[in-house]
Design a binder for this molecule. Structure first.
Ligand SMILES: [Zn+2]
Length: 504
């Protein structure tokens, strides 16, 4: 079992600081529309999921089940204050503990309740969340021992004195963990009963409720619940506030999923954690932070940085400050569950993309003596001339470059004389470095002067035996390569176009 993945749902246990704020109410109940209410926890204090309550003509529909028996029972009490109707449907938006461990409280209170989840969420609830209960019980017990020790000795971590503020936090941490210990000692597995892989629309009297899978993001099976008439959406942990959460996310897909989410014409957004939102501004900020992180990680990878160096590099201080708002507990959460984990997930995804491209790269003959090594017609073009070889567009990732070198070696043993870089940026990247190391006698041709390379100022024609190779510079410094004899044109993107116009 993947350990990191399996404990991802236990954020409460990994919180670097114990929660503070004993006097504040643990949750508030907010009316969102007629018959639609939300139970909202203070995300600065509790790692406890929000709940959406939808009261229909004959029954009640609920989204997310809290982290344990105690909090789920408290939510059920709130439902009973609102209506005598039974809860007939409960959605688990995803598999993390704080949204599913209350399932058994609902099954006890409302026999026959149908629990709805994505089929992969159902699998993850059984194989990760529920399967880890014994392990988590051990963690809670050791936490209780550690926190009890702080109180007994009146000292905190590393022998620091236990100030009144720290003491309150330790006492609160102890209280929530003791509650969890009791809850989880009575654990009974109540998994979902209804699969929704794509979408399901429930019509309950006058109410329409749409349950949708918009794509992967926070987990591989995130469902959202949309009330089209009331213009309300419950997002699950695709949206977590005031600090987003990214323990095991699918970073690239998360961006697209948030786009689809923001396409919904709503006026009220209930996030998985944190206060109700009235517009998409927070979600747009999360999306842009993910995009900036992806771009930062991609750039760092191109420079050949390690994952540790990349994590150090991709800080995005403006994004961080906007989320953290100068609060220490938020900063701790941001650094524990968002920034470094998002960087790691983005890194691994981009790595997997490159490895997939390397694995599926093939050497294709385009014309006599012209080959492309890469994926889908784009990649390095290999021009095998009478006595030598000219390469166009070395791949940027080192792994892809090494795969191309191997393929070129198997194709011909003629020496590589020129390596042409068509992109306008400085002709230097880790893939080119691989080519330089292997083809030490080759000159690098680009649209930008650099070192001992050849800079094309307008047009350069290489006469290689019976073949002419025309290299044309565009205004932005990018190059286009034409091989008139074979009627081939290589665009700056690396794509090879055959059958040029006769006028060439
Ligand atoms: Zn959550």
């Amino acid at each position: 079992m993947d350990f990191a993945r399996s404990i991802a749902g236990c954020a409460l246990l990994l919180l670097p600081a114990v929660a503070s704020g004993a006097e504040a109410p643990r949750y508030t109940v907010e009316k969102l529309a007629d018959g639609v209410h939300a139970v909202i926890y203070n995300a600065d204090v509790d790692v406890e999921g929000n709940t959406l309550i939808v009261i229909n003509d004959d029954d009640v529909f609920v989204v997310d089940a809290n982290a344990g028996l105690t909090t789920a029972r408290a939510t059920i009490e709130e439902i009973r204050k609102l209506t005598p109707k039974p809860v007939r449907y409960l959605v688990n938006t995803h598999w993390h503990d704080d949204h599913v461990f209350g399932n058994q409280a609902y099954a006890d209170a409302f026999p026959g309740v149908q629990i709805i989840a994505h089929p992969l969420t159902r699998q993850d609830i059984i194989e990760h969340a529920f399967a880890n209960n014994a392990f988590v019980l051990d963690l809670i017990a050791s936490d209780i021992h550690r926190l009890g020790g702080y109180l007994a000795t009146n000292t905190y971590r590393e022998g620091k004195p236990l100030t009144p503020e720290l003491k309150t936090r330790v006492e609160n941490g102890l209280r929530t963990r003791k509650e969890m210990l009791v809850d989880r000692s009575q654990f009974r597995a109540v998994p979902p009963t209804v699969d929704v892989a794509d979408s399901l629309t429930l019509t309950r009297g006058a109410r329409t409720i749409e349950i949708k899978f918009l794509g992967r993001g926070n987990t591989r099976g995130d469902l959202i619940v949309y009330l089209p008439k009331e213009r309300i959406v419950a997002t699950g942990d695709l949206v977590v506030a005031p600090v987003p959460y990214a323990t095991n996310v699918y970073a690239q897909e998360w961006v697209k999923t948030l786009d689809r989410l923001m396409d919904l014409p709503v006026t009220t957004v209930l996030p998985g954690h944190g206060p109700v939102m009235r517009d998409w501004s927070y979600v747009a900020r999360v999306k842009s932070t993910i995009e900036q992180t992806l771009a930062g990680v991609a750039a760092a990878k191109q420079e050949g940085l390690t994952i540790a160096q990349t994590t150090e590099r991709v800080q995005l201080p403006e994004a961080r400050d906007a989320f953290v708002q100068g609060m220490e507990t938020r900063r701790a959460g941001y650094e524990a569950f968002f920034r470094p984990t998002l960087v790691r997930n983005a890194w691994e995804e981009l790595d997997a993309d490159i490895m997939k491209a390397v694995a599926s790269a093939t050497l294709n003959r385009v014309a006599e003596g012209v080959y492309v090594h890469g994926v889908d017609g784009a990649g390095v073009t290999v021009l095998v001339n009478d006595k030598d070889v000219v390469l166009v567009n070395p791949p940027e990732a080192p792994a892809a470059a090494r795969a191309s070198v191997r393929a070129i070696r198997e194709l011909t043993d003629k020496p590589v004389r020129y390596v042409v870089v068509t992109t306008p940026a400085t002709p230097s990247h880790p893939g080119l470095d691989v080519f330089r190391e292997v083809y030490t006698q080759a000159d690098v041709v680009s649209g930008t002067a650099s070192g001992k390379g050849i800079a094309v100022s307008d047009l350069l024609t290489l006469h290689r035996g019976t073949r002419d190779i025309r290299i044309i510079r565009a205004e932005d410094g990018s190059l286009v390569v034409e091989v008139p004899k074979e009627r081939i044109r290589i665009a700056r993107s690396g794509r090879v176009e055959v059958a040029l116009r006769k006028t060439l």
